[in-house]
Design a binder for this molecule. Sequence first.
Ligand code: GLY
Length: 594
Amino acid sequence: MIRWGLGLVLAACVSGVVSAQQAADAVAPEAASETGFATLSPEISAALDAKAAGQPVVASDWMVAAAHPHAVQAGADVLRAGGTAADAMVAVQAVLGLVEPQSSGLGGGAFLVWYDAESGEITTLDGRETAPLAATPRLFQDAAGEPLKFFDAVVGGRSVGVPGTPALMQAAHDRWGTAAWSGLFEAAVGLAEDGFAVSPRLAASVARDAERLGRYPATAAYFLPGGEPLAEGDTLRNPAYAAVLRRMSDEGAEVFYGGTLAQDIVTTVRGVEDNPGVLAAVDLAIYAVKERPAVCAPFREHAVCGMGPPSSGALTVGQILGMLDAHEVGAVDDPQTWRRIGDASRLAFADRGRYMADSDFVPMPTEGLVAPAYLDERAALLAGDDALPKVTPGNPEWDHAMLWADDESLELPSTSHISIVDSYGNALSMTTTIENSFGARLMTNGFLLNNELTDFSFRSHREGVPIANRVEPGKRPRSSMSPTIVLKDGAPVLVIGSPGGSRIIGYVAQAIVAHLDWGMNAQQAVAMGHAVNRFGTYDLEEGSSVAALQPELEALGYKVSVRGLNSGLHAIAVGRDGLTGGADPRREGIALGE
Ligand code: GLY
C-alpha cells in the first residue's frame, strides 16, 4: 500500500511537473507517517497507485474525482448503490468540508453545472456567497477611500458573504437526487465523530497559516490544539460539525438560513472585535440559489459549457478557446503555440477585467462576449508572430452604452473541484470554495466561514468611472471558478474544473486543449505543466517541460515568471470505451470508478 507523502512525490515526478513548492508541500517517504490510508479500501489504494504512475483511472459505469480520498470514497459508495451524481456530490461535499476544510465547506459557496442524460440539457446553479444588505462600495476601503491591504480585509468578519453551499447541496438534491437525503451525510458524520488522519496538505496549510489561525479562539482551538499546529497523521475529530450535519440531514439546508445556526453565523461575523462584518439574520433568510443560463462557446466541433455571471469562468475560458478555434493550436513544444494561447488569454482577461461581474447588478454583454463574429474579430489579432505589444478590452456587441473602469481584485489560489458521472449518464461539475485558504479564519459549529467578498474589487471607481465588480448590497462577487462540461453532438465528452484563483481559467482552458487538440488522456491533461497568462506575466510552471520555453517566450516579447502553479484539476473523459478519470498530482485527490 502506498503512503500519503510518497504518493504525492511519485505522482509529481512521473508527470515531470514537480516544483520546489510542490516538493516541499509533499512529504519525504521516510518522514511520512501512516496517515489514514491503512484504513482505506483497496480500491482507494489502487487509484492512488494509478495516479502515482501517471495512469488514468478507467471505468464503464460511473466515476467520481475530487480532492481527498475520503470524499471520493463517500461519493463512490453513493454511486455504487445507484445514487445519482447529485446524491454523490452531497456526500463528497459533506466530507470535503471536514477533511479539506481550508478549501471548501458549509460556510462557503459553489457553482454547479449539470448535464441531464434524459433531457440532454445543461443546467447551471449559482450557490455563490452574497454581500450583506448593509455592505457598501466602501467595504474594503479605509477612511481615505484607499483599498485595504488584502489580509486586513480577509481575516475577520468584514469579508464574510452569505454562505451558499448548503442551499446548493439541497437544491441539486431536490432536482436530481434519488437517494434519501439523510443517508448522504453518514460518511461525513462517521468521520467527524470517529476521527480522520490529518493529511500532509492540511498539516502544511495549518503550519503556514498558524499566526492568522491563532487570532480567534474557536479557530485556534481546532487547528492549533494546545497552541501547536495540527500535524500530519494526527487524528482529528469534529463533533460540532457532526452535529451540524445531523441537523442538516434531519431538517434540510434551511437550518443554515434561520434559527440558532444562522444566529451563530451572524454573531461570529459581527462579534470580531478587530474587524467586524455587517452580515445580519435577514441576509441569511433571503438567500436563494439561482439558476442561470449556461454559457457555451465553440471549440473544435465541441460546445464548452459552464457557469456564466457572476462567474467569469465560462466566458473567459470560452473566449480563449473560441479565439483558438480560428487557428491551428500547434505542437505542444512550439513557442508559437504558447504565443497564441497566451495572447488569447490576455485578450480574454482584458474583457474580463472590464465587463464581467454579477449581471443581476450591472448590465453585461454576456452574449456579445462569446458571439462568433466577436471571437473571430479578436482571434484575428493572434495572426502575427510576436506577443501583442498592447492588449485592450474589445467592443463586444451590446445593447447598452456603458463606461466601466478596469477591475482591481486579487484572487488567490484555494478552492476545490468535484467531477462526477453517474451510471445513468448524468454529469456534474462543481467548483466549491471558501475563497482564501481557511477563508475568513472564523469558525462556528465546526465549519469555517468564507472570505468571498474579497473577490469584489476593493476600488469602487477609477477616475470617477465605476468598476463593474464593485461591492454592492445583495450582489455576488465575480468569480473565476470554471466548472465545465464539454459536449460533442449534445453529449458530454469531458467533465472538468479546478481551484486556483483567477489562474483556474488558464488551467481549465489548457487542459481542454490538451485533451482535445493534443490527444492527452484525462490524467495526462491534468498533470501537464502549466503556462498561464492573466494579462500580466506569462507564468510557467517551475520544474515542468513548459518552463523550458522561457527564453523563447521572452524573445517573443513576454515578461516570464517561472513559479509553482498549484492547480487541483479533476477530470472525467467520457468516450466510446467508457470513462477515464484524472486527478491533479499537485494535490491529494483521486478519481475512482467502476
Ligand atoms: N474565490 C475563488 C473564485 O471564486 O474564483
